[in-house]
Write a new protein. Sequence first.
Length: 302
Amino acid sequence: MTVSIEQVIATITEWRGHETSIHPMTGGLTNTNYQVQVDTQRFFVRIPGASTELLAVDRRNEYHNTLMAAEAGVGPRVVHHLTEHHVMVLEFIEGDTMTIPSMQAAGMPSRAAHSIQLLHAAGRFLTDFNMFRLVEFYLKIVGDHAVRIPDDYRKHLPLVAEMEAAIMVQPLATVPCNNDLLPANYIDDGCLLRLIDFEYSGNNDPCFELGNSCQELEYNENQYAELCSAYFGEARPALLARMHLFAIMSDVGWTLWGAIQGKISKLDFDFWGYAVGRWERALGMINSEPFPRWLEAVQRAS
């Protein structure tokens, strides 16, 4: 059963006898989020949404990885953890929550690369993340729960397998990744772009992180190259191709996420429209002129 924010506050003994105020926060598509002020100090409280296990969210993994990201200096500090309800009370990061336009400003891809490097140098995360395996998991949920997905989705699965085969010819060592770097998961504290929300975090190919972020931030080719160069030291064609293929896989996977959310979520949000938009963007890249070159480039020796 989902716990209420009032129950969370009552559970934290250190807050008893102090003046508290609750401020709901908008924007989350999975959980219910709050800013709670205790006397003059603010905290971020994240209460899990219903049935998130169907979205492959492992709360034990999320908690461990959030701790690792905080130790690396890029994630928020965990102040309290209500294990029974998987509720986390986090340091409230003072700063600007990023948007697509703000992340597209001059120099921002390089700043994002610096933060991603800090995260990828963190202590090993608890579990691994692989979007190809997650697609298989989501398809089982789709079948078990009669979830509606785009009509032509399954006919493109052989192409998904082809992308995985190409990517695995020259695999990169996995590193601790967030795997879901939406613009709102970057917060500019004035010095560093802090990274938040580790629900889908896990050890993964660093180019998934970079490609997924480029997709979420709607980066153009120059911004892809800047992010790649700032992260790796150069923007080699094989690395850029890898980022582009993982950007496609980001949309392929989150298409199913949106469709499943449309079935299970209690939030007032157009998840079907989200799923269709993701799928159409993936198809646009698959049908683009550079796609065959990306498949070829990722298979070349370094």
